[in-house]
Design a binder for this molecule. Structure first.
Ligand SMILES: NC(=O)c1ccc[n+]([C@@H]2O[C@H](COP(=O)([O-])OP(=O)(O)OC[C@H]3O[C@@H](n4cnc5c(N)ncnc54)[C@H](O)[C@@H]3O)[C@@H](O)[C@H]2O)c1
Length: 335
């Protein structure tokens, strides 16, 4: 395959990021953009030299030539649109969260197997050097037995964020704070430490009662299946701007803490007979003007898709892992 041809569905904040990254490479082509917002499509058609559609069905029934469809639409559409794409015999990229329940995600995975197509999920925080380093030291048992893992995600998401969107904050369309804001950190937990059990949670809505249908904050206590305990404390109630996203690990042979606004800095590393290596710089956070998100690592996501399509690599963030994150969030909310 020479150039990989992409169609991007949903040209909002993150869809535009896809379009820009795809256009800025010489091994990819932006074959089409799709958005139900007519004004947005008109505005973006001036920026992007590509075909435009107002509906995914129009794209799928057109004679436009594309290999991969990237879904950057509201969360509740991910699984149904992924099924349409797969039935139409294309590969699909599904923004996080993969879906709003694990049974829908499972149906998408089964369909991809039948159609022999790829699903790429998006967990781009894994590409941040501190995350990759944590994965390496835990996989190589550098900390010995794990006693405790603490994840703190304290962000600002206020009227400025929710007023700009029709779907964010609505239970049926968004899913909840763990789906939209903090699923990246549930993925970090699963990717590095594996599954959790014996979950106990409490949820609160501190200062979003008129704004969102669900909790803005929660406290989650759990055991790691591989041994050790953990907590997740999360909130979008922080005034004005993000405070931190951090992970602290207490192990038999040492302790580490990775923090910053989005787990971008190693703040502490004290391990028996171990010298902390120099890590490459972490990319800045996704910047949406008034607020910031997770690491701006989508270029690595696109690189992996192109490498897989060209037969040079395997999928780095699979649909099975994407579904696992959804299943863990479901269990946390049920607990
Ligand atoms: N990986 C990350 O770090 C990251 C960051 C931000 C958002 N996201 C995910 O990306 C997705 C989009 O988020 P966003 O912040 O860009 O939202 P957004 O509201 O800015 O953009 C969504 C776009 O989809 C369009 N849309 C709605 N229904 C559609 C339909 N049926 N067909 C085609 N287009 C449709 C909207 O008009 C809008 O332009 C969400 O699932 C979100 O969780 C991921």
């Amino acid at each position: 395959m020479d150039k990989v041809k992409f169609a991007v569905v949903g040209i909002g904040y993150i869809g535009k990021r896809y379009a820009d990254l795809i256009l800025n490479r010489n091994d990819s082509e932006l074959a089409a953009i799709v958005d139900v917002d007519k004004n947005r499509i008109e505005e973006l058609s001036k920026l992007y030299p590509t075909q435009t559609f107002l509906d995914i069905e129009q794209l799928l029934h057109s004679d436009t030539n594309y290999d991969v469809v990237c879904l950057a639409t509201p969360n509740y559409l991910h699984c149904s649109q992924a099924k349409l794409v797969l039935k139409n015999n294309s590969h699909v990229v599904i923004e996080k969260p993969m879906g709003l329940n694990s049974s829908d995600c499972n149906e998408v995975i089964q369909l991809a197997k039948t159609q022999d197509r790829n699903i790429f999920c998006v967990m781009q925080n894994r590409y941040s050097p501190p995350s990759a380093w944590l994965k390496e030291i835990i996989s190589n048992h550098i900390l010995g037995k794990i006693f405790h893992v603490q994840i703190n995600c304290f962000w600002n998401r206020d009227e400025r964020y929710y007023a700009a969107s029709e779907w964010k904050g609505k239970k049926a369309l968004d899913g909840g704070t763990l789906f939209t804001q903090f699923s990246h950190f549930i993925d970090t937990l699963y990717w590095i430490f594996g599954d959790i059990e014996n979950i106990q949670s409490r949820f609160y809505n501190n200062n979003h009662k008129q704004i969102i249908d669900f909790e803005d904050s929660g406290v989650v206590l759990f055991d790691l299946l591989k041994g050790g305990s953990g907590t997740i404390n999360y909130s979008t109630s922080v005034w004005n701007k993000n405070l931190e996203s951090s992970i602290t690990i207490i192990g038999e042979k040492g302790s580490v803490k990775v923090g910053g606004q989005y787990m971008d800095k190693v703040l502490h590393c004290e391990i028996e007979n171990y010298t902390m290596p120099d890590l490459p710089l972490t990319n800045a956070a996704n910047d949406y003007g008034n607020y910031k998100g997770s690491a701006a690592n989508h270029r690595y996501v696109i690189q992996n898709i192109i490498d897989v399509m060209q037969g040079k690599d395997t999928i780095k963030t699979s649909a099975e892992e994407g579904m696992k994150v959804i299943e863990m969030i479901e269990r946390i909310y049920r607990s």
